[in-house]
Design a protein around this ligand. Structure first.
Ligand code: NAD
Length: 498
């Protein structure tokens, strides 16, 4: 794919524009390190202009107070446009992230589904009337938009993550400034071009949806901006902490979707064929660059020899390659820096006593040398004290720990600062439910790994985040709650005698 230049790809106050200082950034294809595109690199000045446009659009009021069906119509039309441009978007996502084309197509479909879910009237809630105990008073609770929302997203699921935020934010009547990852902005730019057409057709004010591009400095400028009312952030734990600190000065609302160190627990009575198969999917889908990746396998001791042998055998068979080619099963890591970080953690694990059962290094095929590939890696003989078991690796590295008892595995699984997701494999339904109830995780799968639906909440316990995306709670993040009290027949009370 030739290098394309798209300098006017910031959307500010309804217009497509270059960065104020003219800066640009090269976007790299992780499959072969080639330059994919040149895009605008915004600064804090551009972020400020975008926030002010969103503020003016919100305060003008016609979007926040539009009939809900008009806002929902914009989401539905954008969902239709995503489907119309499905192949183009999937291609862009694969070139930008390295994931396979079938994964990218699934991402476009999932993004479409979340737009449609929040567009449905059943997704909204009119509030409630409250019994006051007084015949002359009506009391009701209603939901209103929060205001200007900054939406900051990571590089692993660029199109999907922005849609998880954009759909509830817009349908609730907010205005937004989005900032995708500086590594993978391509599908977000395309999405905003499609969205902006729909907003214009619906007569929305010009600054309803704004897009700025760039790295941490632009994200930080949004997080600390006094005119931003809410920051919804998905990314790493350290960045999440700094977003929370930056937001504190103006007491912004903050929603954080952070990392995970997710346990995948296999009991001796599990369906072993399915459990091995899903242990691979859990750990190596998108080369492990998934927040809910099942990177910690907790295996009943009786299964150790056979299960790990089969796991290692199949991990070694995983076909790495160009996401555009049919036979490819998984792609590269997103950048050279990220691969180096994963390699450092891997070297540390081996130094701490982990035993290599599969992978452990870069592939040797000549056609994979330019890209940022790393072989799917299985590390045996791990324990909860190791850095590789405690820290999110965010790469194709699976650690194996052993357990004997149910209580022991629950304690092991919960012995982490994270609490995003995990799974339990057992054919004893009672045990599955019992363990699921004791895991301090936002999502628990029983005899499955990774499925989700837009109507069910997603998010983390503990340091995996605050708040929830998807489902009714995902909409509530973008709403203020207001109590309106009306006295029908006003009458003086004479609290004060004078
Ligand atoms: P990251 O934290 O490096 O970056 C995320 C976003 O924050 C990017 O847009 C980045 O430019 C921006 N940013 C960087 N510094 C900032 C600052 N100081 N203030 C504001 N914004 C700033 O994360 P990443 O490497 O892009 O993504 C990987 C991480 O995302 C992993 O930890 C993964 O678990 C997490 N993630 C979580 C979920 C979830 O649903 N919980 C989903 C996907 C990814």
């Amino acid at each position: 794919m030739p290098l394309t230049s798209d300098p006017a790809c910031l959307l500010i106050d309804g217009g497509w524009t270059t960065a104020e200082d003219g800066r640009q950034r090269a976007i790299v294809n992780p499959f072969d390190a080639s330059a994919l595109a040149l895009v605008a690199e915004a600064s804090a000045v551009d972020a400020d202009r975008a926030v002010r446009a969103a503020r003016a659009a919100f305060d003008e009021g016609s979007w926040a107070h539009a009939p809900a069906a008009r806002r929902a119509g914009v989401l539905t039309a954008t969902a239709d446009a995503l489907q119309e441009h499905r192949e183009e978007l999937a291609l862009l996502e694969t070139l930008d992230t390295g994931k396979t084309l079938s994964e990218s197509r699934a991402d476009v479909d999932d993004a479409t589904a979340v737009l449609r879910y929040y567009a449905a009237p059943s997704a909204s809630d009119a509030g409630r009337t409250v019994e006051t105990g007084r015949p002359d008073a009506i009391s009701r609770v209603v939901y209103e938009p929060v205001g200007v929302c900054a939406l900051i997203t990571p590089w692993n699921y660029p199109l999907l993550q922005i849609c998880w935020k954009l759909a509830p934010a817009l349908v609730a009547g907010n205005t937004v400034v989005a900032k995708p990852s500086e590594l993978t902005p391509m599908t977000t730019i395309r999405l905003f071009r499609l969205l902006q057409e729909q907003l214009e057709q619906a007569g929305a004010p010009s600054g309803t949806a704004n897009l700025v591009l760039g790295g941490g400095a632009v994200g930080a400028a949004l997080a600390e901006h006094p005119e931003v009312d809410l920051v919804s952030f998905t990314g790493g734990l350290a960045t999440g902490r700094s977003v929370m600190r930056a937001a504190a000065d103006t007491v912004k609302k903050v929603a954080l979707e952070l990392g995970g160190k997710n346990p995948n627990i296999v009991f001796a009575d599990a369906d072993l064929d399915a459990a091995v198969d899903f242990a691979l999917t859990a750990a190596f889908l998108h080369s492990g660059q998934v927040c809910s990746a099942g990177s910690r396998l907790l295996l009943h001791r009786s299964l150790h020899a056979d299960f790990t042998a089969e796991l290692a055998r199949r991990a070694d068979l995983i076909r790495l390659g160009n996401g555009l080619e049919k036979g490819t099963e998984t792609g590269p890591l997103v950048s050279a820096e990220h691969r180096e970080k994963v390699e450092r953690l891997l070297a540390g694990a081996l130094a701490e006593g982990a035993v290599l059962r599969a992978g452990g290094g870069r592939p040797t095929e000549p056609e994979l040398q330019a890209g940022f590939f790393l072989r799917p890696t299985v590390l045996d003989s791990c324990h909860a004290g190791m850095t590789v078991v405690r820290e999110e690796v965010f790469g194709p590295v699976l650690t194996v720990e052993l357990f004997d008892e149910e209580d022991e595995v629950v304690a092991l699984a919960n012995d982490t600062p994270y609490g995003l997701a995990g799974a339990v494999w057992t054919q004893d339904a009672g045990r599955g439910e019992r363990v699921a109830a004791r895991l301090r995780l936002g999502t628990v799968w029983i005899n499955d790994y990774h499925p989700y639906v837009p109507q069910a909440e997603w998010g983390g316990f503990k340091q995996s985040g605050t708040g929830r995306e998807l489902g009714p709670s995902g909409l509530r993040e973008y709403q203020e709650t207001k109590h309106i009290w009306r006295t029908v027949i006003p009458a003086a009370q004479h609290w004060f005698a004078g």
